[in-house]
Design a protein around this ligand. Structure first.
Ligand code: SAM
Length: 296
């Protein structure tokens, strides 16, 4: 990345942090993740359907399971230390710890999400195995260097401008041989450059293409393990979110969701469904490894 572009990305990310907190820790945001997308505010990510009749909650849990199983193929997770970057409400961390017996460090920008994460960990009896830190994945703690066997990052990197720095941070905190599994929304093969620019403009953070991630991951020193395309799931998930918003419109507005938020989301979800079908949007899961002999 050229120096001027790098500085621009750094300053964009600084501005983005306040916008991210405003987006996720708002009344509208919490209602949306509690009642529509997130299985009672456990998750704020996209789902994978085992059958088209799976609910949003089931599919959101399925995607956590697929990501954890993907990491477990390469690093047997039991007894390991895992970081969850951009951990949201912490539903993924609780699943990984309960199902795979690892310890988890969550780091996330939004204080209210983190408070909910911490409370849910206590309720689940998992607060000794899961630590929650308020912080920025672009400035991970120095003491985390070469500490983690695996890193999970589910639907977060789309909010980052300086993805090269984010990957450098992940590379630093992984032990040699450690695995990064992440999912993200991207511009698909049929997206023009103008479409891609428009997606980024409507998002906090840059929406990039699969090939950009491949280049960045390679430049950052990671060994490629694979990418699973789940764009069809993303399309169906968007449709089901739109249906849920429509069906629960009155209840959501009575609970405090603003009409403007509801309408904006509905419009964007219906558009995403169509664009995913047309390969203009892409969503999937990456898995890469820090080489065993790599220095930090
Ligand atoms: C779509 S949500 C995904 C949350 C969680 N990974 C999940 O799967 O439910 C995106 C999350 O990224 C977090 N986030 C965005 N930028 C971040 C940053 N620079 N550092 C830490 N967290 C960040 C937000 O706080 C938000 O919770």
């Amino acid at each position: 990345m050229k120096q001027a572009t790098r500085l621009q990305a750094l300053s964009d990310d600084e501005t983005a942090q306040a916008q991210i907190v405003a987006q996720y820790d708002s009344v509208d945001g919490h209602l949306f993740y509690q009642k529509v997308m997130g299985a009672d505010a456990d998750f704020s990510h996209f789902g994978i359907f085992q059958t088209p009749t799976d609910s949003l909650a089931t599919s959101a849990k399925n995607s956590v399971a697929v990501m954890a199983q993907t990491a477990d193929q390469y690093v047997s997770l039991k007894g390991t230390r895992v970081a969850d970057l951009g951990s949201g409400y912490g539903g993924s961390a609780r699943y990984w710890v309960a199902q795979f017996g690892c310890e988890m460090d969550c780091i996330n920008l939004c204080p209210q999400q983190n408070a909910r994460n911490q409370q849910a960990n206590v309720e689940a009896g998992l607060d000794q195995q899961i630590r929650v830190t308020e912080g920025n994945l672009l400035a991970l703690p120095d003491v985390w260097t070469a500490t983690f066997d695996a890193v999970n990052c589910q639907d977060v990197l789309c909010h980052i401008y300086n993805k090269r720095e984010a990957l450098a941070q992940v590379f630093r905190i992984l032990k040699p041989g450690g695995v990064l599994v992440f999912s993200d929304i991207m511009a698909g093969v049929r997206a023009t450059d103008d479409m891609q620019a428009a997606f980024s403009q409507h998002n906090v953070g840059d929406i990039v293409r699969l090939k950009t991630y491949q280049t960045l991951l390679q430049d950052s020193g990671f060994e490629w393990l694979g990418f699973d395309d789940h764009s069809n799931d993303f399309g169906l998930f968007s449709q089901k979110m739109a249906d849920t918003l429509t069906e629960n419109r009155t209840e959501l507005m009575a609970a405090g969701m603003s009409e403007a938020y509801l309408e904006r989301f509905l419009h964007s979800l219906l558009q995403r469904r169509q664009l995913a079908q047309q390969q203009v949007f892409q969503w999937g899961i990456f898995c890469v490894r820090k080489p065993s002999l790599a220095a930090d």
